[in-house]
Design a protein around this ligand. Structure first.
Ligand code: MN
Length: 388
């Protein structure tokens, strides 16, 4: 089990609280069903004190998926923890996830509290949460920018108070893999086997996945992440990316998760259909172009042997098939195959006609649709037949 990494999904909480991503209770339930099928270990379903809808979502997910570990978020305050506990009453495996900022910048400007006051509040919140549930997680908000000595002190104190998981978030996406790995390694060493160390990275510098993986190498065993990487600002660590790094580069990252990768693309598609936007076309793993090949040399190589240009079999992540985009960079090989798919078995002369027309036409276009290719194929056969 020492190489098992727990996937804590926060699509329905951190993801949901970002612009354009609001979900109502039925939508969260629909997405939760997909996440359960995907095999996430912990499902954070909401922040119950924040709204009635969040409270109901945690309650509904707890009732619908009683065998799943369901988490509810709470600030380190009495009312928050009590509200989280109530929302989890029907859960068979409830987790209260309580958090408090620990960086000097947050203490000074946001909380206006001393380090001692924050430490005491964190310990009280964990103790209160433990009076309701056995499974308590504490997050040291802005942990990556917290003085490491103080972070270690807080981490040990919340574990002594009963927390089983200590999360060290890079709340503002500021850290780098080497720096974050060092910090996480220090906390892992300080806590030994008394708690699971978790990471929660934001993507403000595009490093959320890299930072999460550096943390796992340093001993973290829970990754907080979201489908399509949605979340505050630039988003969270992308679940599909971080999981597929561990699967595809198992030689470098010999860690296992419970994720059934063939549900990654369907989960991404479902999220896109619920919220107001999908992943960008060039998004790794789940983007529209993630397995598309347009350049002629690439298409030719891919058609001869997919592994020439593809490191992941698209089917393994639930993508139906590689999509060859026919455009001005495409070669005859891909064009011939597409025409055959469309029912046209072209002679070399006919293929030349279609190829010339395609490259001329595609110059001003982003790519050609199947019906346009079919029309060109038909014209080529007529043209060659009359000796045009
Ligand atoms: Mn966050």
């Amino acid at each position: 089990m020492k190489n098992r990494v727990w996937i804590f999904d926060t699509t329905l909480r951190d993801g949901e609280q970002s612009p354009g991503c609001s979900m109502n209770v039925p939508e969260k339930l629909r997405m939760a069903a997909k996440l359960v099928e995907l095999g996430v270990d912990i499902l954070e379903a909401g922040f119950p004190i924040a709204s009635e809808g969040d409270f109901q979502a945690v309650d509904a997910v707890s009732r619908e998926f009683p065998w799943v570990q369901v988490a509810a978020l709470a600030r380190s305050m009495k009312l928050d923890v009590e509200r989280a506990a109530r929302s989890l009453e029907k859960a068979k495996r409830p987790r209260i996830h309580t958090f408090l900022a620990t960086s000097d910048i947050h203490l000074k400007h946001k909380l206006k509290k001393s380090r001692q006051e924050v430490l005491d509040a964190a310990v009280s919140a964990v103790e209160l949460a433990r009076s309701y549930v056995d499974d308590v997680e504490f997050s040291a908000e802005d942990g990556a920018r917290t003085d490491p000595d103080y972070l270690e002190q807080v981490s040990k104190a919340v574990v002594a108070a009963g927390a089983r998981t200590v999360n060290i978030p890079d709340t503002v996406g500021y850290s780098t893999p080497d720096e974050y790995g060092e910090l996480i390694g220090r906390i892992v060493k300080a806590l030994g086997d008394t708690a699971v160390v978790s990471v929660h990275c934001h993507d403000d510098l595009g490093l959320a996945v890299a930072n999460s993986l550096a943390a796992v190498k340093a001993g973290a065993r829970q990754i907080e992440c979201t489908i399509n990487g949605i979340g505050e600002r630039a988003g969270n660590c992308s679940l599909e990316e971080v999981v597929m790094v561990m699967k595809t580069r198992h030689d470098r990252y010999p860690y296992n998760t419970g994720i059934h990768a063939e549900h990654l693309y369907p989960a991404s598609q479902m999220l896109s259909s619920i919220i107001s936007f999908g992943p960008q076309p060039n998004k790794a793993i789940v983007g529209k172009n993630a397995f598309a090949h347009e350049a002629g040399i690439h298409q030719d190589g891919f058609l001869k042997e997919p592994t020439t240009y593809e490191i992941i079999n698209p089917k393994s992540v639930g993508v139906p098939e590689s999509r060859l985009v026919l455009g001005k960079h495409s070669g005859r090989h891909a064009l011939k195959n597409r025409c055959e798919d469309l029912g046209f078995h072209l002679s070399a002369a006919e293929l030349d006609v279609v190829y010339n027309e395609m490259t001329a036409l595609a110059d001003n276009k982003k790519g050609l649709m199947d019906d346009e290719i079919a029309a060109m194929a038909l014209r080529s056969q007529q043209a060659v037949a009359v000796g045009d």
